[in-house]
Write a protein that binds this ligand. Sequence first.
Ligand SMILES: [Fe+2]
Length: 186
Amino acid sequence: MTASQIQAPINVPTGPAGRAMAEPMSAEMLDLMEAHLNLERQSAADYLAAAIWFAERELTGFAEHLRDEAKQEEQHAAKFADYLISRGQRPVLDTIEPPRQQWTGVEQVIANVFRMESDVTASVLQLYGTAEKDIDRRSPAKCGAFYCTGVMASPDPERAKPSQELCSEPFTRCSPEPIGVCTRAV
Ligand SMILES: [Fe+2]
């Protein structure tokens, strides 16, 4: 090895936060990740609103279940933020819209939850597809770790318990160790 080679500086690419990046992230992927992070935060607010609706009617089982769902969505958002930070990015939080709080009945509240979870799942699938298109080998694995999701957590504790077995394709093959909760549709 020559003297010039020994003295040559080693440059490590850094992201917007100044943190070292092992692999760059495309602008599209970053936008989708941030949008998803904010969708999780919005879901948390929507779940809390639904929990309050049930608590006001003394339907405490529903209220407790939906309150737990709200906490899980907050955790999902935090994990996406942590992941973006680990990729050298600087997560940007968006405005959370006031959640709907007036409903004509239980079925409508649950229908809204179903629709909300369907949207979140679609967003995850979009992340997965974009990561594959970008040949971003890190993101699909992380998405799989965060998300083994169906459209709604099962009220049956046996079916709702965290389990890689319950995960839906394609996420089961992404990561051997689930980080987040794993739920599926009833
Ligand atoms: Fe979530």
